[in-house]
Design a protein. Structure first.
Length: 187
C-alpha cells in the first residue's frame, strides 16, 4: 500500500483576489438598515426610521420632563444662590420641566435664595438679584405650559404654597430694611 502525496501549498489560505484590487467596494447600507439584495440599490422604504421602525437621528421628539417624564415640558434653567460671609454657593437645575415639577423646584429654590442668598456683599448686590430675576423669567415660561399629562415613572413633587406665602421668603426683608436704614441714617 502506498500513501497519498502530501497536499501542495497552504490549505487555509484564501483564494487569490480576482479583478482590480484598487476598485471601490460596493456601497454598504447604513447601520440599522437591512442589507439590500445583490443588484438591489433602492433606498429603505421608510427614510428616517431604523430596521425595527424606531426613529433615527433627524426625527424631532418633543421634550419630556426630566423628573416625571410627562409632556409638555419647557427647556428652562432654574437657579439658586446661597451667600455666606466669605463664600458663595451657586445651584443650577437644567433640563426640560413640566409645569408642575418646574413650579415645585422653582418655588423651593427661590424661597431658599430669598432667605439664604443675602449674606455676602457680592450676593446682596449682584448674584441674588440676578437669581431672583432669572427664576421670575422661568416662572413666566412654565406658566405658559398647559397642565402635563400623567406621570409615567415617579410621583410629581407637590408645588406647595407660592413663594410669598412661605414665611422663609420674608427673611429677605432684613437686608433690604438694613440697607434702607443705612441710606436714611447717612443722609
Amino acid at each position: 500500500m502506498s500513501m497519498p502525496p502530501p497536499p501542495q501549498g497552504n490549505p487555509y489560505a484564501s483564494a487569490p483576489p480576482q479583478g482590480n484590487p484598487y476598485a471601490a467596494a460596493p456601497p454598504q447600507a447604513p447601520y440599522g438598515y437591512p442589507q439590500p439584495a445583490p443588484g438591489h440599490n433602492q433606498p429603505h422604504p421608510m427614510p428616517g426610521y431604523g430596521a425595527h421602525g424606531q426613529p433615527m437621528g433627524g426625527v424631532p421628539q418633543p421634550p419630556t420632563c426630566r423628573i416625571c417624564t410627562a409632556y409638555p415640558a419647557a427647556e428652562v434653567t432654574i437657579r439658586g444662590h446661597i451667600g455666606m460671609l466669605l463664600m458663595m454657593r451657586f445651584q443650577k437645575w437644567e433640563g426640560p420641566f413640566c409645569k408642575t415639577c418646574g413650579t415645585a423646584l422653582r418655588r423651593t429654590s427661590t424661597t431658599n435664595t430669598l432667605w439664604q442668598g443675602w449674606w455676602s456683599p457680592f450676593s446682596l448686590f449682584i448674584f441674588n438679584p440676578y437669581t431672583i430675576i432669572n427664576n421670575l423669567v422661568v416662572r413666566g415660561k412654565l406658566n405658559k405650559l398647559p397642565e402635563p399629562g400623567p406621570a409615567t415613572h415617579v410621583a410629581r413633587p407637590d408645588p406647595g404654597k407660592s413663594v410669598l406665602e412661605r414665611p422663609a421668603s420674608y427673611v429677605a426683608l432684613l437686608p433690604i430694611l438694613w440697607f434702607l436704614f443705612l441710606i436714611v441714617r447717612g443722609g
